[in-house]
Design a protein around this ligand. Structure first.
Ligand code: BV8
Ligand code: ZN
Length: 290
């Protein structure tokens, strides 16, 4: 006899009751969190991976084959992320990361945001909130950018390994204007490799500070420890296909915790979730966590 799978609840009030009794809450976020900020997602409708083969662009081998092609793509992503602003979903998660705000809806619970996004919008939402809170009230949130950061620039020299946060637009003269070509889907390696970003310390070729396929995501041990203690996992705007991030909700479930999905569309991973709120997370999350 096939086990009867109870469909996920869509009842926000019931979700808020669970929230009230949760002790350790995590949120796993993906590109859908930033969609309303104008940052294209990877796989959904309009997803940018549709035009480009992800494995050609987001892998060490892709960078090895053509650093120009990969830098043109990440320059385009940097420029679009620079022009973007945090949306209501980023702001809701930033507010929920503050204990004195979270107390109202999840008294005594801890909260950690684990984002796959590299666009710097969650840190910006946190910083904007910090500016609006009375001095001394803001507490550094528990935030993991597990796939790295677009605006981190890493040295490729194994000895130097210099890292710097760099918001320059363009990051180097050689890439200026190529973002329009990428926007039109034209992506050939047109920038001379000698004109690509260099390490400011040793002059070696630099690379975007993101985690590519096959590379180890950041701070996995700390994340695994936090996931292991979570009794509620929010899944926000992710197709849940990239591991290890896609496995965290299952882990919380397996540990007896609950899972609430906030996504525009159904995904394979969410059939067994306890709650599923289909729609724009920038509209639903403020209601659910507000
Ligand atoms: C690793 C960084 C070893 C740079 C990215 C076979 C099985 C299982 C795993 C693997 C396998 N083969 C290979 C692997 C490992 C691989 C992997 O998972 N591959 C997949 C494709 C099968 N993973 C890795 O390589 C990782 N490293 O495994 O190391 C290891 C690990 C652990 C322990 C030991 C060893 C590294 C993965 C990181 C890759 N880097 N990006 C960059 O951004 O360019 S991945 C890329 O995909 C982004 O980071 C992105 O965040 C991530 C996931 O995509 P999503 O965020 O989900 O975005 P997507 O567009 O897919 O979905 C958006 C969703 O939002 C949609 O559902 C849409 O409907 C919804 N949405 C849209 N608008 C809204 C919305 N929802 C709500 N509101 C809206 N408004
Ligand atoms: Zn260097």
């Amino acid at each position: 006899m096939r086990p009867i799978i109870v469909p996920p609840s869509q009842d926000i009030k019931a979700f808020q009751e669970v929230l009230k009794t949760s002790k350790n809450v995590i949120a796993v976020a993906g590109a859908g969190l930033s969609a309303a900020s104008g940052i294209p997602t990877f796989r959904g409708a309009g997803g940018m991976w549709r035009k480009y083969v992800a494995t050609d662009l987001a892998t060490p081998e892709g960078f090895e084959d053509s650093p120009s092609l990969v830098w043109q793509f990440y320059h385009y992503r940097r420029e679009s992320a620079r022009k973007a602003s945090p949306n209501d979903a980023h702001r809701t998660l930033a507010a929920f990361s503050q204990p004195q705000i979270r107390q109202r809806i999840a008294p005594g619970a801890t909260f950690t945001l684990i984002t796959q996004n590299v666009d710097n919008l969650s840190p910006r939402a946190n910083n904007e909130l910090a500016e609006h809170l009375p001095p001394g009230q803001y507490q550094e949130p528990s935030l993991f950018e597990m796939h790295g950061r677009l605006f981190d620039v890493l040295c490729t020299n194994e000895v130097c390994k210099h890292v710097e946060f760099n918001l320059a637009s363009p990051i180097c003269d050689g890439l200026a204007g190529t973002e329009d070509l990428v926007e039109q889907g034209v992506i050939d390696p047109i920038v001379d490799e000698n004109k690509l970003p260099r390490c400011t310390k040793c002059g070696s070729l630099a690379r975007p500070g993101v985690v590519w396929f096959g590379e180890m995501p950041h701070k996995l041990e700390q994340i695994d420890e936090i996931v292991g203690k979570a009794d509620l996992c929010l899944v926000v705007g992710t197709s849940s296909v990239v591991y290890p991030a896609a496995g965290y909700a299952h882990q919380v479930k397996a540990n007896g915790g609950k899972v609430a999905v906030f996504n525009l569309e159904k995904t394979d991973g969410d059939r067994k979730s306890d709650f599923r709120f289909l729609g724009a997370c920038e509209e639903i999350l403020p209601k659910a966590l507000g």
